[in-house]
Design a protein around this ligand. Sequence first.
Ligand SMILES: C[S@@+](CC[C@H](N)C(=O)[O-])C[C@H]1O[C@@H](n2cnc3c(N)ncnc32)[C@H](O)[C@@H]1O
Length: 313
Amino acid sequence: MDDMDQSLVHDVGDNPNEYFRFLHSRTLNTLNTNYLLPVDHDEVKRSEYHHRLVQFLFSGRNWVGPVKEALQFGQHRRVLDLGTGSGLWAIDTADEFTRAEVIAIDLAPIQPEHVPPNCTFELCDLDEAPIPYPDSFFDFIHARSLHIGIRNYPRLLREVARLLRPGGLVLLIEPTLHPCPAPAGKPPMHGWITLWDTYRKCLRRQNIDVTVPERLSELLSEAGAFESVIIREGNVPVGFWPKDPHSLSIGQLQWMDYDLLLPALRPLFLCSGLPPSSVDLLIKDAQNDLYNPPYDPSTRLHIAYATKRFTAP
Ligand SMILES: C[S@@+](CC[C@H](N)C(=O)[O-])C[C@H]1O[C@@H](n2cnc3c(N)ncnc32)[C@H](O)[C@@H]1O
């Protein structure tokens, strides 16, 4: 694809409301009706918590890997953020790399209006290939917590490979959809586990591959265009139990993220055909485990970065 196909980029124009619909007491997007997480104030707040959490994990930065190297050559550097949500990552990155142009894509115009001059938000469904930018257009592509909106993640990675210049960098960050098991001798959090089982089942019905976070390395290798694939994954505390202040901040942010996630799953559960009374009970039982955990819970975050090869393998 040599030229940008502008027909796939949507203009917010005079009537931003056309990108929103109201369903089961939450605001959802209209561009991709398979994506059933809300695009409203609470979901923006959740995206902000997640952004701050990852900044804590990355010691105050927005990224890991050779980002500076990817952005240091040439005149015109370009960064792409896929599924930007609150837009905070794109804004912070534009502030940090003032000579780079940062473009951030989402399904709904939920990002702030006043942003750095080198930051632009676009509307586009990333589940529709091709993503409307020319080959080798970007130096650095970031996608965080996106796989739940992408039915064909391998195709998305092939698009990322096409959009990156040779030597360009991709950074993928995906939280697991599988709760960590209870430590030996502790009672399992049944409500919590059942909610995540149901969440994965609903996503699978929509042809979302719920194993993407655990398979980032394999998927990057299969895309055939990347080298130097680095994986960093680890446990993230959930809640207020860590003793050191750094881990405590992370645990609090993850807890607040989950506290907003549980009610945000309601439209997905209801649209999947679960009766309202079962959905309410499912969420209430999971909230009970989140608020009164029988042990110190954690979750897992999967991070991968890789550079695009200069030559075909
Ligand atoms: C869980 S949020 C993560 C937001 C942000 N990346 C972060 O880490 O805070 C997922 C975001 O991806 C967007 N999204 C999901 N599927 C998408 C798709 N097919 N095309 C474009 N954006 C999508 C959603 O609208 C939402 O804002």
